[in-house]
Design a protein. Structure first.
Lengths: 311, 373, 300
């Protein structure tokens, strides 16, 4: 009922022009942003979609080439590694940062002293770019200068910690760094969620004799379930777009072991002059995103419908 | 053209629909200058939508709304010469009380000096002078209510609109503010349309009440008429607390006088003679409507004073003393009937008492159409 | 006797409870401290190294307490270190980033506020659908827009220019800022707007006098989000600009990539800090409001 109805009533006599401008002001104000967003979201997507089925190479071309780019993309070993990495990374990254974030949020929620200080420490990486994080962790992982060197200099002379130098483990270096960067963000959202739980609910659980662990598992966490999903969706988005972190941390190496779709798109388009295939790779990224976001948005709409149905 | 006198507000056959859903289905109302009209009904009956349409905040699907001699269907709210008090008060939280009150005048370019005078006048009238430099967040509920009224009063509009202004206050404050609104209206004498779901508020404040239900006006009449001669069972049930008792009955013509037969306890029945002549073309089965206060403990003495009194026996299931009066749940057949008694003559639980029902004040309804016979 | 025994028993239980309490608190602070160390060590390493001498770093390793203190690395990083043949340090890239980030943040925030105002308080038929379409921009991976942007910027003559990046960031940011502001404004009661309309205020006056004064919490969130996001962005920076026009993120990658054998950790640490300081400062100043605002309005 709160929706304003801007349609002009049928019996409207002539109105002063100022009023008419007043009626249209909201739409006029919105128009430029809308137009820009539409170009950005729909036109640009369609454009890239078209490039992906064209025979563009060094320069964009608009000759239709069918699915040739997709075929060549999927027959490329590097792309397959990239796509596998994406799923491997996304899984560990999301679970890892949510687990660490939730743990920290629950600990901070125990009425600890200096809460603001803890929060600031855990959250500051959020303000720093993936480039900075990646650069610094690149140093720390460096076997000659970093953590391995430190531990060895302390006397443990055969200590080995050289994730980024080993093509089988380099992906885990990316995961650890990603978790380090964004678990604070998960913590902040979880903490806000924990704080929004009705304190009477916790009191009731305590009176029922539930232990702290049980209270969290059975009472508190289920009530903040929507936050889990929101955090997961935000993190998935970051994961799929991961470009900066890898660019600064491993540059896709050693070899091609930490290549990601985002890196590969960039390489195809701007290093190797295969715009068509790069566009196809970008479309595959969009597809991966859609696989996650489409069901999520349906779920959100469904939940909203159900709530308004009850209200 | 003949000249005609205009009502302060005229609403003619107004419809409103949101999409396929009809919210208002042909509303006709008018208010005389200076009159206090209450729109009352359960939530979702369309009363607030109607008020928003009078204010110009909602568009009209069809029909006409006149304020004075002006058709305002497409006039924007600011040009309708109205003032409105909202349920949430809608005080601008970032402005002081003074700025809240002058915001409208400032929007219209009223000179500063004039604004100051107006604020002074209204602040004195509502006794809010000490609050003028505070922010709404620093005020109590009652104070916010006063400021909201001040913001409306300062405009000196043709029409005052109130949208459930007291429903956010606690019970005691609500009664105080109700009295104050009544005093204020007597003093200012502006035409007022007042939306409420509280029938007591409507009864105490309004000269005429429009009872609304499911998007149409069920009855539009003087407050006392609405109470004593409700047009249908909805109005009868909605107005008055505890609600009117509805007792299924059968019309009979025994002893030369028209009577209704109702069921009593243990499968028995009782014939209650009607005080008025039988309505023509009345159906055989009717619904007898009796307000709780028209049920008494029967005595011959009372019979002398109230000739319409009809006696009937009923057991007492439950007694609820409230101090000033005592409510009792009485059993008529399978039916529970509420009676309202003086504490001195109040029934006791378990007692089977002889009741006197004041048939002169009872109403008869047609169960098929639900309307008054 | 019985009373004494009860008291003893009670004491024993109370003591056990307080012991348990102590160990619980100990564990909580222990775990928190462990994680805090992991979060802080990288920062400390960079800060220390930016003040250490390169020789000392080479001798004692990257991770160690500083034994020397000098500001040379900061000076070099700022104005004289060589990146890909140009020896002007980071300062040009720093200002590129600044002059890109500030206007893009302000413009996208203002547009977001106005859009959010329209989409929450002046809804019209179809406005929800339009909003949903705008929202898709939040989820678009930048890669899908790379080629179209390159073409559009070329046509506008904005290739390799800060203005081009401003345009890209504003349009990409509108989705976010509109989403944040709209969700926040939905919480402002519609009655306020109705009251103001009856009071004779129009579209702009309501925005200026009622909506904007209520907006600081969400504007802080939006500004922090946009500022840190745009400052830290790398993909568009490296694709659409080159050399002296590059923002600081792209320069940082170029800088660390150019180190061939012996890395100049001192200068690189200072450069990294120069690149990280503005968003860190913004975050330290407004972080408290950021989290609060984010959970109030933005994430719903």
């Amino acid at each position: 009922m709160s929706t304003q109805d801007l349609t002009i009533p049928i019996t409207a006599p002539p109105r002063p022009w100022r009023d008419r401008i007043g009626t249209w002001a909201p739409i006029l104000v919105l128009a430029p942003s809308l137009a820009a967003s539409f170009v950005y979201v729909f036109l640009f997507t369609a454009w890239t979609l078209y490039l992906s089925v064209s025979n563009s190479s060094l320069l964009p071309s608009y000759d239709f080439a069918g699915l040739q780019n997709y075929v060549s993309l999927w027959s490329n070993r590097r792309w397959n590694i990239a796509y596998t990495n994406l799923f491997l990374f996304s899984g560990f990254y999301i679970v890892g940062s949510m687990a660490v974030g939730l743990l920290l949020a629950i600990l901070i929620d125990q009425r600890v002293r200096g809460e603001a200080v803890w929060r600031t420490i855990f959250l500051y990486p959020l303000a720093v770019s993936f480039i900075v994080t990646g650069t610094v962790w690149n140093w720390l992982y460096n076997p000659v200068d970093g953590i391995q060197a430190l531990v060895r200099s302390l006397g443990w002379s055969d200590f080995s910690f050289a994730l980024t130098a080993d093509r089988n483990y380099a992906i885990y270096a990316v995961i650890i760094t990603g978790v380090w960067q964004s678990s604070g963000f998960a913590m902040a959202l979880f903490l806000a969620g924990l704080r929004s739980v009705d304190p009477d609910l916790v009191k009731a659980a305590q009176i029922d004799g539930a232990s702290a662990f049980r209270t969290y598992r059975k009472v508190v966490l289920p009530t903040i379930a929507p936050i889990f999903l929101a955090v997961a969706v935000i993190q998935i988005q970051f994961a799929i777009k991961t470009f900066d972190l890898v660019a600064a941390l491993t540059r896709g190496g050693p070899g091609v072991s930490t290549t990601f779709p985002a890196i590969y798109v960039y390489d195809l388009m701007f290093q190797r002059g295969q715009i068509g295939e790069g566009a196809a790779a970008a479309v595959m990224m969009l597809a991966a995103l859609a696989v996650v976001l489409v069901p999520y948005s349906f779920w959100v709409v469904w939940r909203r419908r159900r709530e308004s149905g009850h209200g | 053209m003949t000249s005609r006198t205009f009502s302060a507000l005229t609403i003619r056959n107004v419809h409103k629909s949101f999409g396929a859903v009809g919210v208002l289905k042909g509303i006709d109302l008018e208010a005389q200058p200076g009159e206090f009209i209450a729109l009352v009904g359960p939530s979702g009956c369309g009363k607030s939508t109607l008020l928003a349409m009078i204010a110009g905040l909602e568009s009209i699907s069809s029909g006409e709304i006149w304020i004075g001699d002006r058709l305002v269907n497409s006039v924007p709210p600011k040009d309708r010469d109205i003032a409105m008090v909202f349920q949430s008060y809608a005080l601008y939280p970032t402005m002081t009380v003074r700025e809240n009150i002058t915001f409208g005048m400032e929007s219209r370019g009223v000179p500063k000096a004039e604004q100051a005078d107006a604020v002074k006048r209204v602040a004195a009238l509502l006794q809010i002078e000490p609050l003028l430099n505070r922010k709404p967040g620093q005020l109590s509920g009652g104070q916010r209510q006063r400021v909201a009224m001040g913001r409306a009063l300062v405009r000196d509009p043709k029409l005052f609109l109130f949208d459930e202004p007291l429903s956010n206050l606690d019970a005691k404050l609500r009664v105080d503010m109700r009295t104050e609104i009544k005093k204020l209206h007597n003093r200012v004498g502006k035409t007022t349309v007042y939306v409420t779901h509280d029938q007591v508020e409507a009864m105490t404040l309004a000269s005429r009440i429009a009872v609304m239900h499911q998007g149409s006006v069920q009855q539009f009449d003087a407050a006392q008429t609405i109470y004593s001669r409700p047009a249908n069972m909805f109005v009868a049930g909605f107005m008055g607390s505890p609600a009117m008792n509805f007792i299924p009955a059968e019309l009979s013509d025994g002893e030369g006088r028209a009577a209704v037969t109702i069921r009593t306890v243990n499968g028995g029945s009782a014939a209650l003679p009607l005080a008025q002549a039988l309505p023509t073309r009345a159906p055989k089965n009717v619904v007898l409507g009796v307000r709780p206060e028209h049920i008494y403990r029967f005595s011959d003495d009372l019979r002398q004073r109230k000739p319409g009194l009809a006696a009937v026996q009923a057991p007492v299931d439950l007694v609820e003393p409230t101090g000033a009066e005592t409510l009792a749940v009485l059993r008529f057949g399978d039916l529970e009937v509420t009676g309202r008694f003086d504490p001195d003559t109040a029934p006791r639980v378990g007692e089977t008492m002889t009741l006197g029902i004041d048939m002169a004040r009872a109403c008869l309804f047609d169960p098929a159409t639900q309307s008054l016979l | 006797m019985a009373e004494q025994a009860a008291a003893l028993l009670f004491d024993a239980e109370a003591a056990a409870a307080s012991r348990r309490h102590f160990w619980t608190r100990f564990a909580i602070y222990g775990v928190l401290t462990f994680f805090a160390a992991i979060y802080l060590v990288p920062l400390l390493v960079v800060v220390f190294n930016s003040f250490r001498e390169q020789e000392e770093i080479a001798r004692n390793g990257l991770i160690s307490l500083p034994q020397t203190f000098r500001l040379d690395a900061w000076r070099d990083a700022w104005s004289s270190y060589c990146i890909a043949g140009t020896c002007e340090g980071m300062k040009r890239n720093f200002f590129n980033s600044l002059w890109m980030t500030i206007p893009a943040t302000i413009i996208s925030t203002l547009l977001g506020a106005i859009n959010g105002y329209v989409l929450s308080k002046w809804r019209f038929k179809g406005s929800e659908v339009l909003f949903t379409c705008m929202l898709l921009g939040v989820f678009m991976p930048g890669q899908i827009a790379l080629m179209p942007w390159a073409f559009v910027l070329g046509k506008l003559g904005l290739t390799n220019s800060t203005y081009g990046l401003i345009l890209v960031h504003v349009i990409q940011g509108i989705s976010f800022t509109t989403l944040f502001c709209r969700n926040y404004y939905l919480g402002i009661p519609d009655d306020l707007i109705k009251a103001a309309r009856i009071d004779g205020a129009g579209f702009w006056r309501i925005f200026r006098k009622i909506i904007l004064p209520l907006s600081p919490p969400i504007l802080i969130v939006t500004v922090i989000w946009q500022f840190t996001g745009i400052w830290n962005e790398y993909l568009f920076g490296v694709v659409f600009t080159s050399g002296q026009q590059q923002p600081i993120t792209a320069a940082l990658v170029a800088l660390t990539a150019s180190g061939t054998t012996a890395r100049a950790y001192d200068v690189m640490s200072a450069s990294v800090l120069i690149g990280a300081l503005p968003p860190l400062l913004i975050y330290l100043l407004g972080g408290k409001y950021f989290v609060r605002g984010l959970t109030q309005g933005a994430i719903k």
